[in-house]
Ligand binder design. Sequence first.
Ligand code: FES
Length: 119
Amino acid sequence: MIGLLNRWQLPVAALAPGQSAKFSLRCAGKAVEGFVVNHEGRFYAYVNRCAHVGTPLDMWPNEFFTDDGRHLICATHGAVYEPETGLCIAGPCPGASLTWLPVAVEGAELVVSCPETER
Ligand code: FES
C-alpha cells in the first residue's frame, strides 16, 4: 500500500459528462478501489464493489455507464444503479447501495477522499 493516499485528485477538465475514472485510496489502513463519474455535469464517487456479490462493476476497465448513459451498471450480473445516489434500482440487488465516497471540486481539481471516519 506504499504510495496510496487518503485523497486522490484529477483535473476537473479531464472528466467530461458521461466519463469515469478509477483510482485507489488508502482508508483506515486499507486499500480502497474506487471510481468517479461525471453525470450531467456533477461528480459522484463510489467504492468499486458491487452491492450484489462484491465484484468490481467494470468487467471492461473503466466502463461504468449503461449504453444510454443514464445509469451505472455492474457487468457481472447487470445490477443497475442511480449515478446520483448509488442506489440499486434493477437487477439482482434492488434497494442495496454502492458505498459513497466524498468528492469535491477544489479550484480546477476534482478531489476524492476517504470517508471522514476512515482517514
Ligand atoms: S456482482 Fe454486480 S450484479 Fe452481481
